[in-house]
Design a protein around this ligand. Structure first.
Ligand SMILES: NC(=O)c1ccc[n+]([C@@H]2O[C@H](COP(=O)([O-])OP(=O)(O)OC[C@H]3O[C@@H](n4cnc5c(N)ncnc54)[C@H](O)[C@@H]3O)[C@@H](O)[C@H]2O)c1
Length: 380
């Protein structure tokens, strides 16, 4: 039996959003144990958060630099590092982690520029380390089912993708209230080039690529900032042309009053279509030409092996966001074992999103911003 893996978290202090989601997802399968952290932007708050999470005093670090230096020197150094800080800090933290020899799991958008993501990708290869980017929606069993069905030809040739990610939480000037998640997301120096485009448009782009395997050829984007004073878009509409002829539409908006996390994808082939919606994630609708729509259900009959290995409990008991996130971490741990112990690659490890996908997401943002400013379509 190998010992359970251990991890350190950078960011994700007790006042943060996504760090806690990562911790819960990892704990769901007990894939790894949190033993170290540099959890906040100031040493005092980092130590305070570490205390609240019950970390040992000698592994509660004030800064990420201190964490990497001291963890590297330990016999029982952590197996991997999870980076859940605001976007502007991802690149220096991930670069340092890889240089110190730690496997990395980082949240999206991976970096501010696609060159930075490319640099991380090359560094990870050079160091033989994993660099995963948590495009967590790829962890849903029925998204994996959709991918398997596109790949086995159940839709025929893909013609059209319609991907929507709509939220309403930035429909007002929330940032002025001091709400921290809103404040950094509307600040270009912290969020990067994209507002809604970078925050949720990158999830939409990644979902389309993951399911269909299609590569984007060009984009034509319109970006709006509806809330006065915003420097970044809070609403994005993008027309995409894919290589081999398919077309797509991505609409990503954070001013859609009443919407929570309305992520959905429709893929139309010349033989059939599929529709998946994040807010009913256990169902995948499938319609063949001249036939009634049928519903594939998580845990039900006729599913692909990728969907089956990504599910835990029987059909009818709902699974959701945390389980999908946890599926990414199951793949991460298996991918690290492959690199560390030379064990064969597993089906789950082959499904995890990497920094290559991260680079593609950042490139998508860059090309859309260029397109919107020039008013023309931009090649990838
Ligand atoms: N995958 C998803 O669905 C998803 C969802 C939400 C957020 N995210 C991404 O996760 C990241 C964090 O988002 P959030 O909403 O949790 O932000 P947040 O503001 O709630 O939390 C950020 C945390 O990072 C800490 N931090 C900042 N600088 C630091 C540094 N130098 N060292 C250590 N800690 C530092 C802050 O103190 C805070 O604890 C962003 O990149 C965001 O895009 C992804």
């Amino acid at each position: 039996m190998s010992r359970p893996m251990t991890y350190a978290m950078i960011g994700g202090g007790t006042d943060a959003f996504i760090g806690e989601v990562h911790r819960r997802a990892i704990a769901l399968d007990n894939t790894a144990v949190l033993v170290a952290g540099a959890l906040s932007s100031t040493p005092e708050r980092s130590i305070q958060s570490a205390k609240q999470l019950g970390l040992c005093h000698d592994r509660s670090y004030g800064t990420y630099q201190e964490l990497f230096e001291r963890e590297q020197a330990r016999q029982d150094r952590v197996d991997f590092v999870v980076i859940v800080t605001p976007n502007d800090t991802h690149f220096p933290i991930a670069k340092a982690a890889l240089e110190y020899g730690f496997h990395v799991v980082m949240d999206k958008p991976s970096t501010h520029t696609s060159e930075q993501s490319q640099e991380l990708s090359e560094l990870a290869i050079k160091q033989n380390l994993l660099c995963c980017v948590t495009y967590n929606y790829t962890g849903y069993p029925m998204v994996r089912q959709a991918r398997a069905m596109v790949r086995d030809g159940s839709l025929g040739t893909i013609r059209k993708l319609i991907i929507e990610y709509h939220q309403g939480w930035l429909a007002t000037d929330l940032e002025s209230s001091g709400q921290k998640q809103a404040a950094w997301r509307v600040d270009p120096s912290r969020a990067g080039l994209g507002g809604a485009l970078g925050d949720i448009g990158t999830h939409a782009e990644n979902l389309g690529s993951f399911i269909t395997g299609l590569e984007v050829d060009s984009v034509y984007a319109e970006l709006n900032a509806f809330v006065p004073g915003r420097q970044l878009d809070d609403d994005a509409s993008v027309l995409l042309k894919y290589k081999h002829g398919a077309h797509g539409v991505i609409t990503a908006s954070q001013v859609c009053i009443g919407r929570g996390n309305g992520l959905s994808i429709r893929v139309y082939g010349d033989q059939a279509a599929i529709h998946w919606n994040q807010e009913s994630p256990d169902e995948l609708l499938y319609t063949q030409i001249d036939a009634n729509t049928m519903t594939y259900t998580r845990g039900g009959p006729g599913l692909s092996s990728d969907a089956q290995i990504s599910t835990r409990i029987p059909q009818g008991h709902p699974e959701g966001y945390l389980e999908a996130f946890a599926n990414i971490y199951r793949g991460v741990v298996e991918a690290i074992r492959t690199k560390r112990d030379g064990t064969p690659e597993t089906a789950l490890s082959q499904l995890i999103p990497t920094i290559k996908d991260g680079a593609q997401g950042v490139q998508f943002v860059e090309r859309c911003v260029e397109s919107a400013s020039k008013g023309c379509s931009i090649k990838f």
